[in-house]
Design a protein. Structure first.
Length: 334
């Protein structure tokens, strides 16, 4: 089985990962919440059963994944940033067909195939389909393989076969053989001629997350550091680092009313949306600290937790909240 076609057994093995987290959260949510989760806020270029492609700026598009209908081709969000000297695509998606679809969309919209691929982190829904970009090397005018950018930690974890990583696969290992490593302390830059894409290493959702910025166009692809309308998954999270990274990203959104932030899952986030997300994380921290200080088990605190109504509706499950509390208890005990 290829890395882009994860079967039922592998899906169950990844039950703590974002795929199961998203589907379980949606199954417990109201129809209104599911309907608003990825509601369009920008002009849509094309719509597929698994995603739509929205125009979010000059020569820039966001993939807003819509997996709740059952098609998991992309599953996570991503996007395209095009310049005069190259085209960056963000994320490898769940299936290789998702990467191939985005590459063909880039070709149709810009006249060029992707020259650079950026992965925000190693989780299966963001990384397992990345070999789909390499599969285009027989198409007319396509590069043999776009340059793949990731942190060293992401590269190592992506081919580890760990439960929330892609399944071990020779095609995936070939795709990661020549990664352009983005330093965890210095980040990286991709020169697209008339615009520059900055890669910023952060932490929180995993031990090594990568954020994609086009500061001239005021665009940010945040990966799963940011969720919109759905309770975040804490399976690999360091909640203290997550709060720090989210506060850092929120400041950049507040500095400009025109800032567009694409989360890992859900619709495009505004300054108000970031304020609610920060409020959610702060509410979880307060509940965890109070419970820990009182000597109460994390599961007990989670069972009694509800998202404050002032923060809006967040699709959440008992297991997702308990995972968040458990992550906080690990931090508080260290």
């Amino acid at each position: 089985m290829s890395a882009g076609a994860v079967g039922p057994r592998a899906f169950l093995a990844q039950a703590g990962g974002c795929l199961a987290h998203v589907l379980l959260s949606a199954s417990c949510a109201s129809p209104r919440a599911r309907g608003q989760w990825t509601a369009p806020s920008n002009p849509t270029v094309t719509t597929q059963p698994f995603a739509r492609l929205d125009a979010i700026g000059a020569e820039a598009w966001a993939v807003i994944s819509t997996p709740l209908g059952g098609d998991r081709t992309t599953f996570a969000n991503g996007g395209i940033i095009a310049g005069t000297a190259g085209v960056v695509v963000v994320e490898g998606f769940y299936r290789s067909a998702g990467a191939e679809w985005l590459a063909r969309q880039a070709r149709a919209l810009t006249g060029r195939w992707p020259t650079h691929v950026v992965l925000t982190h190693y989780h299966v829904d963001h990384a397992s389909g990345v070999n789909g970009y390499a599969g285009l090397d027989t198409a007319p005018g396509a590069p043999a393989r776009p340059a793949l950018y990731a942190t060293a930690s992401t590269r190592t974890a992506a081919v580890s076969g760990a439960p929330v990583a892609p399944a071990r696969d020779a095609a995936l290992e070939r795709a990661f053989a020549d990664v352009v490593v983005v330093g965890a302390d210095r980040g990286g830059v991709i020169d697209l001629g008339n615009r520059t894409v900055r890669l910023e290493p952060l932490r929180g959702h995993t031990a090594s997350d990568l954020v994609v910025h086009d500061e001239d166009a005021r665009l940010t692809f945040a990966g799963d550091l940011v969720w919109s309308g759905m309770f975040p998954n804490f399976v690999d999270a360091d909640p203290r680092r997550l709060a720090e990274s989210v506060a850092h990203l929120a400041r950049s959104v507040r500095r400009s009313a025109r800032q567009v932030l694409v989360p890992g899952h859900g619709g495009v986030v505004t300054a108000d949306g970031m304020a609610q997300y920060e409020g959610l994380l702060a509410s979880l921290e307060a509940a965890a600290r109070g419970g820990y200080a009182a000597g109460r088990p994390a599961a007990e605190v989670a069972a009694g937790y509800t998202v404050p109504s002032a923060l809006g509706e967040w699709m959440a499950t008992k297991s997702g909240v308990e995972r968040a509390m458990t992550a906080w208890y690990r931090v508080l005990a260290s």
